[in-house]
Structures are given as structure tokens and as C-alpha cells.
Design a binder for this molecule. Structure first.
Ligand SMILES: *Cc1c(COP(=O)(O)O)cnc(C)c1O
Length: 382
């Protein structure tokens, strides 16, 4: 196993960023970021003069409030450094040391920030993927719902409502990890906003399927938001003025049209790829899961694990075809699924034929290189 620790995953990310650096230094147009995470920072010129420690939040939090409520619903809004930071702050605020939580998600695995935060408190982390496993008691501190997973598996609306009901019957608050879901669920599946279905807190990532900075935007019941906000400030997890300003401008610009347009585009891409690879559809793109990739390679002798193999393929896609995917650039614990998101801004500059050609060429290259572990090491880390 090559990517056998969070440290090695960080090394792989560093190598990927080095490749991106050399491509982007020549021309940003050389790169096709199809992750669906764009990290836009659409500040206005005058905003820059206000990015001060106290004037910044005083001005931009006032602007953020109505925009955040419009996007997520709820009573009070909080901006956080990342979605991960918001999940950590919420768990620190709402779960007792050694306490008990239930976490529903449509499919494993969870984003690592949730189990790792619970571990800090020595709290029990009961992860469930089926409603039949749902048991909330008066001893439960918090119910967490991941509404759309890292691979964009999306919860059904009836499950969503049932979990909230079960939690509220025991007076247990519900926190929704709506990182991509706040847009995927509402735009693609026409579901209500999490807070409109009765959830107590919801957090979304402002760079997933919208052109904002990588940051967390939370809303919910004012009293709970206040508790999370206090914890966030104690541990330095809140968004600083530049981020808050970036979120404000991104919310002003937000338009679900690109998400809507991606749906027909991905259907075509899926149709053309389904016989060639074991690809699956996502709400706005296609994905090649690490286990399916191994299945396609079962005639090849290799000691590599599925996540190594998807990492190598992602690095080949980046190096040879300028395509950025999460298994190349993701942080430790990110999903090993190669997901091509047609709602990405850069997808507009790349046609389906080019994408298919890049996948075929990269896959053939992968077939050759996985026989040689040292070569794979070089591809991942150098
Ligand atoms: C992306 C994501 C997160 C974390 O977002 P960051 O901005 O990386 O902190 C958490 N949960 C889910 C389901 C995600 O998809």
C-alpha cells in the first residue's frame, strides 16, 4: 500500500500542487479543474479596504446575514473557516465528553472531520446508512445527517424528514452536513432546504457547486448558532474578514443555472462511457469508484490497493491531460473516487470527446504502470 497514512496523502497532494503550479504558471487555461470545487474569490475592489479585524466582520457579517438566510434558511448565520471547522465547532459545542451521537449518511464513508471531532471528545459515533438502524434515545446528544456524501450520494427527502422527527421526539438537535447538498439537493432533486424541514443547524461549503471561497456557511436556530459561534471563537475556527467578504460576494453571484445545465451534459457523457468503464452517474457528473477501477484491472497482477490505483490514475489525468480530480489534490481522508463534475466552471472549456479520450489514454497508461510499484510511487509523490 502506497497511500497508507494521512501523511502520505499530504505528500501526494503536495506533488499534485507542484504539477498544477508548473501548468498554471504558463497559463491558467492549461488546467481543467473538474472537481466541482472552484474556490472563487469574487471580491469587489472596495471590499479590500475593509478587511480589518473588527471593521471587516462589522460590515460583512451584516451583509452576510440576509444572503445566508436566503441560501440556507434559519434564524442566524455563522461563517467558518471551512465546513470541517464548523462541524468540529458544532460537535465541541453540542456533544458531551463521552457522549453519544447518531450519524446517518446515505453511503459510507463519512467526511473524516466528523469521526475525528467525535474522537476528540471520546464520544460514541454510531454511523448508520439505513433507517432501520436508527435509534435515538434521551441519552443521544446530537443527530448528524450527511445529506450529500463526498461522492454525491444524496439522502431521500422522506428519510430526511423521518430522522428529524425521530430526533425531535427525544428533544435531540439535528445538525446537517450539507456541504454540497445545500445546492445538489435543492437544485437537482428539488428538495427543501434542510432548515425548512426542521433541522436545527445546517452547514454548507461555499466552494462546492458555487464560485465561492473554501469556507463553511452555517445557519440554524439562533441559540444553537450562538453556542457554536462561541466555541468557534475559542478555538479559532471562525472565518476571518477576507473569507466572510468572499462568501458575501459569492452568494450575491450564485446562480443555479450551471448546475441545471450540467445534468443533460453528464447524461450524454455517461451514455458514452458506460460500456468502456464501470462509471456511475452522480447528480452533476460521472464517477469511477476505486473498487470498480480494480474490477476493470482484475487481469493485472498488482499489490496496490484500490485507493492507490485511483490516486495513480488521478495523477496521470493531471500530469498528461491537465484534468484535476480529488484523488490527486484532496486532503487526507478525502474520497478516492474519481469524480468528473460537469457543473465545474472549467468543464465548459472541455468537450465530452476530449474527456473520453483523456480517460481512455490514462487508463491504458495505468494498466502499464501498476505492474511497477516504484514507478507508481514516483507518479504519486514526485
Ligand atoms: C467537502 C465536504 C466536507 C468538508 O468541507 P471542507 O471545506 O473541506 O472542510 C464535509 N462533509 C462533506 C460531506 C463534504 O463533501
Amino acid at each position: 500500500m502506497l497511500l497508507n497514512s494521512p501523511l502520505m496523502e499530504s505528500k501526494r497532494r503536495e506533488a499534485a500542487l507542484k504539477i498544477i503550479n508548473s501548468k498554471v504558471k504558463k497559463n491558467r487555461q492549461n488546467l481543467y479543474d473538474l472537481t466541482g470545487l472552484s474556490g472563487g474569490f469574487p471580491l469587489k475592489k472596495n471590499d479590500i479596504n475593509l478587511l480589518e479585524t473588527y471593521a471587516g466582520p462589522a460590515i460583512f457579517e451584516e451583509k452576510l446575514h440576509p444572503l445566508g438566510i436566503e441560501h440556507l434558511g434559519g434564524e442566524k448565520v455563522l461563517a467558518l473557516n471551512r465546513t470541517s471547522s464548523g462541524l468540529l465547532a458544532s460537535i465541541l459545542a453540542l456533544v458531551k465528553p463521552g457522549g453519544e451521537t447518531v450519524h446517518y449518511l446515505p453511503q459510507l464513508p463519512s467526511h473524516p472531520s466528523i469521526p475525528l471531532s467525535l474522537k476528540l471528545l471520546g464520544a460514541e459515533n454510531r454511523e448508520i446508512t439505513k433507517l432501520s438502524q436508527l435509534k435515538v434515545s434521551e441519552k443521544t446528544d446530537l443527530v448528524i445527517i450527511t445529506a450529500s456524501t463526498m461522492d454525491h450520494h444524496v439522502i431521500g427527502e422522506s428519510e430526511f424528514r423521518e430522522i428529524i422527527d425521530a430526533a425531535h421526539k427525544q428533544q435531540v438537535p439535528v445538525l446537517v452536513d450539507d456541504a454540497s447538498g445545500a445546492r445538489l439537493r435543492t437544485v437537482v432533486y428539488h428538495q427543501p432546504r434542510a432548515l425548512d424541514m426542521g433541522a436545527d443547524l445546517a452547514i454548507t461549503s461555499t466552494d462546492k457547486l458555487m464560485d465561492g471561497p473554501r469556507a463553511g456557511l452555517m445557519s440554524g436556530k439562533a441559540g444553537l448558532v450562538d453556542l457554536v459561534k462561541t466555541k468557534a471563537h475559542q478555538f479559532g475556527l471562525e472565518a476571518q474578514p477576507p473569507l466572510i467578504a468572499g462568501i458575501v460576494r459569492a452568494l450575491e453571484n450564485y446562480n443555479p443555472e450551471r448546475i441545471n445545465n450540467s445534468i443533460s451534459r453528464k447524461k450524454e457523457l455517461y451514455k458514452e462511457l458506460q460500456d468502456k468503464f464501470l462509471v456511475k452517474e452522480t447528480p452533476t457528473g460521472i464517477m469511477l469508484q476505486a473498487d470498480d477501477l480494480m474490477d476493470k484491472l482484475k487481469d493485472v497482477e498488482t499489490s496496490l490497493k484500490p485507493s492507490d490505483v485511483s490516486g495513480v490514475l488521478a495523477m496521470i489525468l493531471l500530469r498528461n491531460h491537465n484534468i484535476v480530480t480529488i484523488p490527486a489534490v484532496g486532503m487526507p481522508g478525502a474520497s478516492p473516487t474519481i469524480r468528473l463534475d460537469m457543473a465545474s466552471r472549467d468543464a465548459e472549456r472541455m468537450d465530452n470527446k476530449t474527456i473520453i479520450h483523456a480517460l481512455e489514454k490514462s487508463f491504458n497508461e495505468l494498466r502499464k504502470v501498476i505492474l511497477n510499484t516504484n514507478l507508481c510511487k514516483e507518479i504519486l509523490f514526485e
